[in-house]
Ligand binder design. Structure first.
Ligand code: SF4
Length: 379
């Protein structure tokens, strides 16, 4: 036992010779609880009538286990040629399992692998290893917003994909957003949005189990209904015609693709286009800040890509506060924001992910618990 290098095989027979009764396993096996011990792979080999004494599947499993063990041993001893031979043998076993024959097996298929691992080459010469494949990078308006807020937060979520705490609560804002989307879709198909229809759709989106008490649910439902009434009031006074809802688009910054979706694109009476983005939270932006807002400028470029013209106007509609914040889109401003975003994208490509903590950003950050840079007090 002390000489086992990789695995130790212990076998016992249930019947010897002409024994009528089954033999008990050794008490030493029982001591290690061999059938339930997680460190023991317990297999039963049945006797069969075939020439080798084993059923076909068992025979193949035995060959596989034998080859796997030899391959691992060869790798451990850096006997690589022998390891490759075992791996090719295993590939042939796999081919046999799938095809029922060794005919047609070509070992070149196993050796046809990509050996251009740049990270390994860098590691060997002591160079910094890339955190991610630059050519696979895709960004969105949300991810660039995260980068602007805190590059470390972006790294944790979009590069390292550290899972965020699951949101189990029902989000009233998301439900209102979904109803507004349904109503716009129905409107483009010729159905007039009404309060009755809006409340019916809200009932379908609603989840009563998310609330602690009936009082809380009643209050939140009241808020949602008020938001929908605001939406319908706005809709009845809106002179524009909807052109697209949840319009998908793709644009590029520093050759990195940005994928997004715009809530609503409308045609103004002048024939020009307007972007409308619904917000169900607190009103944070002003017309001045909206001009610099990456999301709206990316949307403007998305509209230009899809409709071959920049929108005339971009608006955020804060449904909770019945407040619309708009600005007139100007190509020079869009170009300036594009340049700023390209600088950020280049910083991402250069892997600049230093934390920029602020109490406002950190208090709502999903990585609060694990982040050593968080700002815990308002300055
Ligand atoms: S806790 Fe603050 S500093 Fe840390 S990742 Fe989040 S936002 Fe950045």
């Amino acid at each position: 036992m002390t000489r086992a290098q990789n695995n130790l095989f212990i076998t016992y027979a249930k019947r010897y010779g002409q024994n009528v009764r089954e033999t008990k396993p050794s008490r030493f096996l029982e001591e290690i609880d061999f059938t339930a011990n997680p460190n023991v792979r317990y297999v039963t080999i049945r006797c069969a009538d075939s020439e080798s004494g084993l059923a076909v599947e068992e025979r193949i499993e035995k060959i596989k286990a034998d080859l796997q063990e030899k391959a691992v041993r060869s790798i451990n001893q850096m006997n690589l040629k022998s390891a490759i031979q075992r791996i090719i043998d295993l590939a042939m076993v796999k081919h046999f399992e799938n095809q029922g024959t060794t005919e047609g097996f070509d070992h070149h298929d196993v050796l046809d692998v990509d050996n251009t691992d740049e990270n390994l080459k860098s590691e060997l010469v002591g160079k910094k290893v890339s955190l991610f494949q630059k050519e696979d990078l895709h960004l969105s308006t949300t991810s660039i917003k995260t980068y602007i807020e805190c590059p470390l937060k972006f790294k944790l979520s979009s590069i390292l994909h550290v899972p965020e705490a699951a949101r189990t609560y029902f989000d009233v804002g998301t439900a209102v957003h979904a109803v507004a989307e349904h109503l716009t879709n129905l409107e483009t198909e010729g159905t007039k949005p009404t309060e009755e229809l809006a409340f019916e759709l809200l009932a379908k989106e609603w989840s009563s189990s998310a609330f602690q008490s009936e009082t809380e649910e009643r209050q939140k439902k009241g808020e949602a209904k008020e938001m929908l009434k605001t939406y319908l009031r706005w809709h009845s006074q809106n002179e524009n015609k909807p052109v697209a809802v949840e319009q998908k688009f793709q644009v590029e910054f520093a050759r990195v693709p940005f994928i997004g979706s715009i809530d609503r694109i409308e045609q103004m009476p002048s024939g020009e286009l307007e972007i409308v983005d619904f917000k169900t939270g607190y009103a944070k932006e002003s017309s001045r800040s909206l001009r610099e807002y990456p999301q709206m400028n990316i949307y403007a470029l998305g509209v230009e890509k899809v409709f071959e013209q920049l929108p005339k106007r971009a608006s955020l509609f804060y449904v909770k506060h019945d407040k619309i914040v708009s600005y007139d889109v100007a190509s020079a401003q869009v170009a300036k924001v594009k340049e700023d975003i390209e600088q950020k994208v280049n910083a991402i490509l250069a892997e600049k992910f230093d934390a920029t903590p602020s109490f406002k950003a950190c208090k709502n950050c999903s990585y609060w618990d694990l982040c050593e840079f968080k700002e815990t007090e308002e300055s």
